[in-house]
Design a protein around this ligand. Structure first.
Ligand code: CS2
Length: 440
C-alpha cells in the first residue's frame, strides 16, 4: 500500500497539525531534493502547525522526474526519519502541495511563480546549479541553454510584473559564500541579458536574503525506505532520513510576507555572514576533508572516518586552528563549542552518510570550504597543514579509480595527470579560481 492522504497511520507518528487542503501555496521551491524536504519544508510545516496559513510549497525539479513521481502519488506527503544513537523517530510532513518537473511543464512553473499567492521562491540547486564561470560571473550560455533556475525565474518575474503583482523574495539555501548577494548578482546578469526591462523592477521589488542552512541529510537508501515501510505500514517513496540537529539562520530582508519561521526554531538576523562563514569553513570544510582523506584510507561513511585515530586530530586542527581564526564571530557565537558539536554530529553512527556523497562536485565546493581559509593564513605568513593534506587527498582521489561526479570531471582528470597537479589546479590561471597560491 502506498502512503497517501487516505492512509491510516499509527497514532505514534506525528502528523500535520493543520488542514492541508485549506492552505494555499505561498512558496515555490526550486530543487526539491532530500535536503529541502528535511529542512525548510519541516520549518514550514511547523510554522503552519503553529498557526501560520497559506505557506504550502510547490516543489520544482529542474531535471529529473523522480521526486515528482515519489511525492505526487502520495498527495505530497512524506516522512522525515530522525536518526540518533537513541533510535529513530518518524513524522509526517504535509507542507509540500505538489511537485512540478520543469522540462515537462515549463508553463506550470512560470504560472506558479506568477501566482498572486506566491511570495517566496527558494532554492536548493547545489553549488553547480548557479552556473557560475571561473570568475564567479554567470555562464550566460549555460543559463540560456539548460533548464536553469534563471530561465524559469526570469519568465515568472516577467509575468508578475506584467500582471502588476508585487515582487518576490528569492531565498538561496545553498552552501555558497554570500548566497543571497551571489544569487542577486547572477539573476541581475541574466535579466540584463534576457529581460532588460525587468532589472529596475527586480532591484526595487525583489529581495535576496542570505541564509545559513544546516542539517546533515544522507541520500535515502532502499534499506531506509524498507524500515519506514515497516514502521508506517505503507510505502513512502519520498522518505528522507536525517539527524536531530537542524539550524537555519536567515537575513531578515524579505520583499513581502513570510512564514513565522522564527517561532519554530529559525534565527532571523540582520547579518548572516559569521554563521555562514563558520558553517562553510568548519562544517563543510571538515566534511570535504573527511571525504577525500577518509576515502583514501578505505572508509565508506563519515562516522567511520571521524573515528579513525589518524584522521580525527587532523580534522580537529582544520576546524580549530585553521578555519576558526579566520572567522569574525558574532556576539555569543562560540567557535570552540561549535567544533565540539560538529565532531559529535560527524560521529553519529546511526546516520550512514557516505563519503562519496560529499566528495562529489569538489570543484564547486572547495573554493568556499578550503581556499578562503588557506588564503587568509597565507596573507599572514601562515600555513594550514590539515588543509594541505586535504588538498593532497583530493588530488589522490581525482587520480584514483573512484567515480568522479563533478561538472569539471574531465578537466580535473587532465589537470592531475602530471606532476604539476597543484599548480594546474590552483596556480596562476589554474582550473579553480583562487586567491591562495600553492606552496606545497
Ligand atoms: C556536505 C553537505 O555533501 C556535502 O558536501 O558537506 O551537504 C552537508 O551535509 C550540509 O551542508 C550540512 O548542513
Amino acid at each position: 500500500m502506498r502512503l497517501t492522504a487516505e492512509t491510516p497511520l499509527p497514532s505514534s507518528i506525528p502528523q500535520p497539525a493543520y488542514d492541508r487542503s485549506a492552505q494555499a501555496a505561498g512558496i515555490v521551491h526550486i530543487g526539491i531534493g532530500a535536503f529541502h524536504r528535511a529542512h525548510q519544508a519541516v520549518y514550514t510545516d511547523d510554522a503552519m502547525g503553529a498557526g501560520d496559513r497559506d505557506w504550502r510549497i510547490v516543489g520544482v525539479s529542474l531535471r529529473s522526474g523522480d521526486v515528482a513521481a515519489q511525492l505526487n502519488a502520495q498527495d505530497g506527503l512524506y516522512t522525515v526519519g530522525v536518526r540518533s544513537a537513541a533510535g529513530s523517530e518518524l513524522r509526517l510532513i504535509g507542507a509540500v502541495q505538489r511537485v512540478l518537473v520543469a522540462p515537462d511543464d515549463p508553463q506550470a512553473v512560470i504560472d506558479a511563480i506568477a501566482a498572486p499567492t506566491t511570495h517566496i521562491i527558494s532554492f536548493t540547486v547545489t553549488e553547480k546549479g548557479y552556473l557560475r564561470g571561473p570568475d564567479g560571473a554567470l555562464d550566460l550560455a549555460a543559463a540560456r541553454e539548460s533548464p536553469s533556475l534563471y530561465r524559469f525565474v526570469g519568465a515568472g518575474l516577467a509575468a508578475r510584473k506584467a500582471a502588476g503583482l508585487p515582487g518576490l523574495t528569492l531565498l538561496s539555501c545553498d552552501n555558497l559564500a554570500g548566497n543571497g548577494a551571489a544569487l542577486k548578482a547572477l539573476m541581475r546578469q541574466y535579466l540584463a541579458a534576457e529581460h532588460p526591462g525587468l532589472v529596475g523592477w527586480f532591484d526595487a521589488a525583489c529581495r535576496c536574503p542570505a541564509t545559513m542552512i544546516d542539517r546533515i541529510v544522507p541520500a535515502t537508501t532502499e534499506a531506509d525506505r524498507a524500515a519506514v515501510e515497516a514502521a508506517l505500514g505503507a510505502r513512502d517513496e519520498g522518505a528522507v532520513v536525517t539527524e536531530g540537529f537542524s539550524q537555519w539562520v536567515v537575513e531578515n530582508d524579505f520583499a513581502g510576507p513570510r512564514p513565522r519561521w522564527e517561532a519554530v526554531g529559525a534565527e532571523l538576523v540582520s547579518d548572516v555572514a559569521p554563521y555562514e562563514t563558520a558553517k562553510l569553513r568548519m562544517l563543510n570544510g571538515a566534511h570535504s576533508a573527511l571525504a577525500y582523506i577518509g576515502l583514501g584510507a578505505g572508509h565508506v561513511f563519515v562516522h567511520q572516518a571521524i573515528a579513525d585515530r589518524a584522521i580525527r586530530p587532523l580534522i580537529d586542527r582544520l576546524m580549530r586552528d585553521e578555519a576558526a581564526p579566520t572567522i569574525d564571530a558574532a556576539p555569543g557565537q562560540d567557535l570552540a563549542l561549535y567544533a565540539d558539536a560538529l565532531i559529535a554530529r560527524f560521529a553519529n553512527p546511526a546516520l550512514h552518510h557516505r563519503l562519496l556523497q560529499i566528495a562529489m562536485d569538489g570543484s564547486q565546493k572547495i573554493p568556499q570550504r578550503w581556499l578562503e581559509t588557506l588564503a587568509w593564513h597565507q596573507a599572514r605568513g601562515g600555513r594550514c597543514p590539515s588543509l594541505e593534506a586535504a588538498i593532497a587527498a583530493w588530488i589522490a582521489f581525482l587520480r584514483s579509480d573512484c567515480p568522479i561526479d563533478d561538472p569539471l570531471a574531465d578537466r580535473l582528470r587532465g589537470a592531475v595527470a602530471g606532476p604539476d597537479a597543484v599548480e594546474r589546479l590552483f596556480g596562476e590561471g589554474g582550473l579553480i579560481a583562487s586567491d591562495w597560491r600553492p606552496e606545497i
